[in-house]
Design a protein around this ligand. Structure first.
Ligand code: NAG
Ligand code: NAG
Ligand code: NAG
Ligand code: NAG
Ligand code: NAG
Ligand code: NAG
Length: 564
């Protein structure tokens, strides 16, 4: 922290530096719904801001990802190394020099916090931040947050930093509440109830065996150790090993009950064990990755940091993986927020982080949200004027977003499944024909307000209703796209295992392959879903914004993966 004397020394310089022209960077027209203004932030409060220095060649990285992920291209599945990605993602010497000149002129000491050098932190008092970035930092509260947060509704850059700085965080991002989508209520079940894998009936309960049967997922153990699934956890969600052992004993008795996950901690994230510490999300995610991806090693990444810093914590995750030479091959995340909470520059930077992971051969999966077209919520009031709210990171074109189905004859989109169109990211290069095809199915007088030119999500779907898990030593039913993403991650990991065993590269960023193959062989590769209960969009043949391309058929996916 800066001392008071230092603060006095710094201020005049800061004021001098503010004399130059300022360029608006991000702005909110109003305080986001639910937040309450508590007045100006104290002038001497010390802020730690994360600064994203502009990557030198995002367009080049995107082009490499496009060719590595598109079947038929010469570079197909030639995933990049850590250093190759760094060459695209790191800031140019001019950018580093421009920022360092600015920093030293203003008495700031930047600390580089990412392997690619594109993230630095600076600590400075509110008064100086207000001057340097033409901001007005204020204190805000939200009933769901444990304490006040300091944010500004507007942030600008001095002209000499324009083009060199992509993001200042946290500034205009406002995140509150539970970043875990609010799934339908969980309930404890009696094990002796007549069970069925058909969740369209009252006794229908999904177990690993149901998913294996429904999608033809093999039960034989994986053989390749270099293929690892990483399950992320935010929000103090703790995965329990005792519950996992009980889950395996009950529902995967053919897997050794001492099979477990490796805990990886980031930003002081924890994973304490105890009967009353079970995180439903963390248990669901670990139980259904380990329970589906038989024999695939699973890492549980527990990320510390508070809810209001969820965007920062997502960045922390990608920045961490950027520095891991042999990263996991599959990353699954069941957390998200309204895209509008982030702001365009921050969402873009985070999304580019997933682009970089995809280019390294990591399949990045996200649950698509549980509020249908109402963003991350299910309160009707939020969307009363028919304006649909997309969910991020599912809306990022470089993740594979997974929606939810239920029932089995036929499988149907479940009415909470999140989907729609981004307001930040344009229609992705791999989905233009599919999105256009879907939009043609909408009636001319369709009342929903959504962004026709945006990236459409989800990409795929899988069951998401009444998953049996063990939590706190009791069996419980959990529902939501939170269940679908880890299960799909398990399928991707098993496909990777077979690819590696055959001496082939892993799937990596998989959306173009799924679309290409689905276009030619929709019925056999992925089941199209034509019934839906959505309050807004309806499912359609081909791609739709409820179930994407549909649900997996393991043998068909394996054949497509091997042939490509
Ligand atoms: C699990 O138990 C088996 C048999 O008791 C043992 O061979 C194996 O090493 C154990 N695995 C772990 C990860 O503890
Ligand atoms: C993660 O966040 C912590 C706390 O904000 C910070 O100290 C650390 O440098 C961050 N790491 C990365 C890789 O961003
Ligand atoms: C409709 O709702 C959206 C999302 O809540 C909001 O941003 C927009 O301002 C509203 N439009 C009108 C005309 O009320
Ligand atoms: C979804 O379907 C369930 C069961 O039919 C119903 O109770 C619920 O109200 C529906 N939710 C929405 C948002 O329509
Ligand atoms: C619609 O999405 C595009 C990106 O595809 C974006 O530039 C535009 O601002 C969005 N429109 C609205 C109203 O958000
Ligand atoms: C967990 O439940 C089982 C029975 O379902 C019981 O045998 C066991 O003692 C319980 N374990 C704990 C730690 O309560």
């Amino acid at each position: 922290m800066l001392s008071f004397c230092k603060l006095l020394a710094v201020l005049p310089v800061a004021l001098a530096a503010s004399a130059g022209p300022m360029v608006l960077h991000e702005r909110r027209a109003a305080v986001p719904v639910g937040f309450v203004r508590q007045g100006a932030a104290p002038a001497n409060e010390i802020l730690t801001l994360h600064v994203a220095l502009t990557s030198n060649n995002v367009a080049g990285l995107k082009e490499r990802l496009r060719s590595a992920s598109t079947p038929g291209s010469a570079a197909f599945r030639q995933w990049l190394s850590m250093d190759e990605v760094k060459a695209f993602a790191q800031p140019s010497p001019e950018t580093v020099s421009a920022f360092n000149t600015f920093a030293s002129a203003n008495g700031l000491k930047p600390t580089v916090i990412s392997a690619n050098g594109d993230w630095v932190t600076i600590s400075l008092p509110v008064a100086q931040a207000n001057t340097l970035f033409a901001a007005e930092f204020e204190v805000f509260t939200h009933p769901s947050l444990p304490g006040p947060i300091t944010r500004t509704l507007s942030v600008s850059l001095p002209a000499e930093l324009v083009g060199h700085v992509e993001v200042l965080d946290p500034t205009t991002a406002f995140v509150a509440g539970d970043v875990r989508p609010p799934g339908p209520a969980s309930s404890t079940i009696a094990r002796d109830a007549a069970a069925s894998c058909d969740t369209s009936v009252a006794t229908g309960v999904i177990t690993p065996a149901c998913l294996q049967e429904l999608y033809g997922i093999p039960t034989s153990p994986a053989t390749e150790d270099a293929n690892v699934i990483m399950v992320t956890a935010y929000e103090q969600e703790f995965a329990q090993t005792a519950d996992l052992a009980q889950f395996l004993t009950l529902l995967r008795p053919d897997i050794p009950p001492n099979t477990t996950f490796e805990v990886v901690s980031l930003n002081e994230g924890l994973d304490p064990q105890g009967q009353f510490l079970a995180g439903l999300e963390a248990n669901l995610d670990t139980q259904y990755t380990i329970g589906i991806a038989t024999g695939v090693p699973v890492q549980f990444l527990t990320v510390g940091g508070t809810t209001d810093l969820f965007p920062t914590n997502l960045l922390n995750t990608t920045a961490f993986l950027d520095g891991v030479p042999n990263p996991p091959t599959v990353l699954t995340t069941s957390y998200g927020r309204d895209e509008s909470d982030f702001g365009a520059s921050l969402a873009t930077k985070i999304c580019n982080g997933y682009m970089a992971l995809g280019a390294r051969g990591i399949t990045v999966l996200f649950s698509s949200g549980d509020g249908g077209v109402r963003g991350n919520h299910d309160e009707l009031s939020i969307c009363s004027n028919n304006t649909f709210l997309p969910v991020f990171p599912a809306s990022c074109p470089f993740v594979t977003a997974v929606g939810s189905t239920f029932g089995s004859a036929p499988e149907t989109a479940v009415n909470f499944t999140g989907g729609g169109f981004s307001n930040v990211f344009p229609t992705a290069f791999y989905q233009t024909a599919q999105v256009a095809g879907f939009l043609e199915t909408l009636p001319a007088d369709f009342p929903g307000i959504y962004n026709e030119s945006g990236r459409g999500y989800p990409d795929v779907a899988l069951q998401g209703w009444n998953f049996e898990i063990v939590a706190g030593n009791e069996t419980t039913l959990e529902s939501g796209t939170s269940a679908s993403s880890p299960s799909f991650a398990g399928i991707i990991a098993l496909l990777n295992d077979r690819l590696l065993a055959a001496g082939k590269p892993v799937l990596g960023f998989v959306n173009p392959l799924l679309i290409r193959r689905a276009r030619r062989r929709l019925r056999t590769l992925l089941r199209g879903i034509t019934r839906a209960l959505s309050v807004a969009f309806d499912a359609a043949a081909g791609w739709d914004p409820l179930t994407g391309l549909g649900t997996p058929v393991f043998a068909e996916l394996l054949a497509a993966a091997m042939a490509a």
